[in-house]
Structures are given as C-alpha cells and as structure tokens.
Unconditional design. Structure first.
Length: 129
C-alpha cells in the first residue's frame, strides 16, 4: 500500500523539474545521478526528499546556482510563480562572470587562423551593437 507524499516534501528530481531548473524530469534525475546537484552541501540522489528551508546547489553550464527551497509545489509551475517556491541565493557576480566567459569564448580565435577578416570584424561589431 502506498501513501501520498505530504505537501511539504517531494522528490528532488520532481522539484528541480517543477521549478524549471531542468527541462524534463528525466534530465533532472540524470543531473542528480551525475553529481551535479547537491542538497545542503552533500550529493543527492533523485529520490531524495526535499523540504522547505534546504539549500540546493546546481552546477548548470558555467553557473553554479544556489537556491533555498521555500515550498514544494504539487506540479510544474509557470515561470512567474517560481519565486514563491525557491529563493535564488546565487551572487550576481557569478552571472556576470558567466556572461563574460561566454563573450570571451565567442571572441577567441583558433591558433593559426591569423587576423580577423573584414567579415569577421563586421560580425564582431554586430555583437556589440
């Protein structure tokens, strides 16, 4: 006999999916298994129960996002409702650093390609407009 989960706790992979950190629940579970997700500083499995007040850390691309669980939704949320269920504790400097790395990656040229051509310069100029 199975009992429904209380409203104040749920699976970690379902929470990651419902607050729109992962596109699908399968991707959320794979991220947990890969060790990308930590809860209170410890690696977490997909089926781990999430409670209000816990700190969830997710390594997402160039950014390591830190979130505090405020509530556990019963289903996937609209983007406007997400702030009511999690608080973003990630410092703004992390977002700026990731943005700068992304731009540097675009500007980097392969060794041996020489100077940028006129076309390359025009494309770079469009980035800054």
């Amino acid at each position: 006999m199975s009992f429904p989960a209380p409203a104040d706790r749920d699976r970690l992979d379902k929470w990651l999916w419902s607050v729109r950190l992962c596109k699908t629940r399968t991707l959320a579970a794979e991220a947990c298994r890969a060790g990308v997700v930590q809860v209170n500083g410890l690696p977490a499995k997909p089926a781990r129960a999430v409670h209000a007040g816990e700190i969830v850390t997710v390594h997402h691309g160039l950014i390591t996002r830190t979130l505090r669980v405020l509530a556990v939704p019963s289903s996937r949320l609209g983007a406007k409702l997400v702030p009511a269920h999690c608080e973003d504790l990630t410092p703004p400097a992390v977002y700026e650093q990731a943005r700068a790395q992304r731009v540097q990656h675009l500007l980097a040229r392969e060794k041996g390609r020489g100077r940028p051509t006129k076309r390359d310069r025009r494309l770079l100029d469009r980035l800054w407009e």
